[in-house]
Design a protein around this ligand. Structure first.
Ligand code: RFL
Ligand code: PHB
Length: 394
């Protein structure tokens, strides 16, 4: 089998890339190691930047998003017993974000690709990529009990943090940058009406908490917990009590979330990671395969989308003109945006979480920074511009 673009991984990056290439008349094959149900149920991101929404609409995946997505014009910060709203449109010249779960994005893209796209194979695990620096790299994978292969003009690794494509880049040309954090998130889904107006990001001495949503009747909630926490140590009542304690304000000390049955809970580690370059020979890396951000800035899925938008444009130019100019610029173009998102995600994470080792001095610095965001239009605009997403290059 031969294809123009072999796409490894059927997460948001791989699926969106396949749709963008389909629209440009470029054939591709998507190889996904998990089964369809697993990929469609994996609980993850919830916030889409405008550029991500635009790309989904452009590939035909906008209908349900526009019906069920929940536009948000701001976030609320809670710290030092106060609440402060950041209004995105007034700070960014009209930008806002959309709450629409990654699970739904993935379902929409899979349905489209299966209906009118190139092959999308589930339970097709890629084992190796050979000949990255040759004119025709080969992807080897296991499918239906057999070893198979596909030769490609280009290979794109959209196989996430635990994927195999990164290994096609020799150690001698690769640099990685990494930071881990001394805390994790306990992520919870609950059959309870969310605080609907805004997402709430809370700094408290008990640790960080975040209230988000999946629908008018389903809440998505996160609590900072120590690394290695067993979700079994967090019965439902303990989760709700702790959320209420972390979200409490002086003005409304009795404020409480609406409670309901918790339907899933999982502990998620936090990491910052970048591998450079994002290309070697005819192999490209996109999304979590190339970079990870801690979720506090809501950037991971959006960065994955930005990478494949840039890459699809570059492949389209190559197909139309034979020029590899944009392909050659891909890694540098993406990395500029990646590092901005790395910094913003690090900033949001370290400003809002309480490191178990942190001194009273450092807590005062965090509160001073949050007060600055509340008091200064410039500081608030810096946060709002990064949160809603910086413009795509080009
Ligand atoms: P994915 O989604 O990990 O998909 C990679 C796919 O590759 C498959 N795969 C393979 N397939 C074939 N052969 C192999 N050898 C393979 N190895 C792996 C995997 O099965 C998988 O299907 O990466 P992608 O597409 O780059 O997408 C990235 C996003 O999933 C990720 O950045 C976001 O979920 C991060 N994130 C958030 N991002 C946001 O923009 N906004 C948010 O609000 C947000 N919240 C979050 C998040 C991530 C979280 N977790 C769980 C880390 C909240 C959480 C809790
Ligand atoms: C989510 O809704 O899952 C979500 C929202 C904002 C974040 C992270 C996750 O920063």
């Amino acid at each position: 089998m031969h294809t123009t673009v072999g796409i490894i991984g059927g997460g948001p990056a791989g699926l969106l890339l396949a749709r963008l290439l389909h629209g440009a008349g470029i054939d591709s094959v998507v190889l996904e190691s998990r089964d369809r149900a697993y990929v469609e149920q994996r609980q993850r991101a919830g916030i889409l930047e405008q550029a991500t929404v635009d790309a989904l609409r452009a590939v035909g995946a906008g209908a349900r998003l526009d019906r069920e997505g929940m536009p948000h014009d701001g976030i609320e910060l809670r710290f030092g017993g106060r609440a402060h709203r950041i209004d995105f449109p007034s700070l960014t010249g009209g930008r806002s974000v959309m709450v629409y779960a990654q699970t739904e994005v993935v379902k929409d893209l899979i349905a489209l690709q299966l209906a009118e796209g190139g092959p999308l194979l589930f339970e097709a695990e890629v084992t190796s990529i050979d000949g990255a620096d040759t004119g025709s790299p080969v992807v080897r994978y296991r499918h239906e009990g057999r070893e198979q292969m596909v030769t490609c003009d280009y290979v794109v690794g959209c196989d996430g943090f635990h994927g195999v494509t990164r290994n096609a880049v020799p150690d001698s040309v690769r640099t990685t940058y990494e930071r881990t954090y001394p805390y994790s998130w306990l992520g919870v889904l609950a059959e309870a009406p969310p605080v609907y107006e805004e997402l709430i990001y809370a700094h408290s001495e008990r640790g960080f908490a975040l209230a988000s949503m999946r629908s008018p009747s389903v809440s998505r909630l996160y609590l900072q917990v120590p690394n290695g926490t067993d979700p079994g140590d967090w019965p439902d009542e303990r989760i709700w009590d702790e959320l209420d304690a972390r979200f409490a304000t002086h003005a409304d000390p009795g404020w409480k979330l609406e409670r309901g049955p918790v339907t899933s809970k999982a502990v998620l580690p936090m990491r910052s990671y970048v591998t450079e370059p994002m290309r070697y020979g005819r192999v490209f890396l996109a999304g979590d395969a190339a970079h990870i951000v801690p979720p506090t800035g809501a950037k991971g899925l959006n960065l994955a989308a930005a990478d494949v938008i840039v890459l699809a444009r570059a492949l389209t130019r190559w197909r139309e003109t034979g020029s590899t100019e944009l392909l050659d610029a891909y890694s540098d173009t993406c990395l500029r945006r990646v590092w901005r998102a790395e910094h913003f995600s690090y900033f949001m994470t370290t400003t809002l979480h309480t490191d178990p080792e942190q001194s009273a001095f450092e807590t005062r610095l965090q509160l001073s920074q949050l007060e600055r965001v509340a008091a200064s239009r410039h500081a608030a605009a810096e946060l709002a511009e990064n949160y809603t997403g910086l413009p795509l290059p080009g």
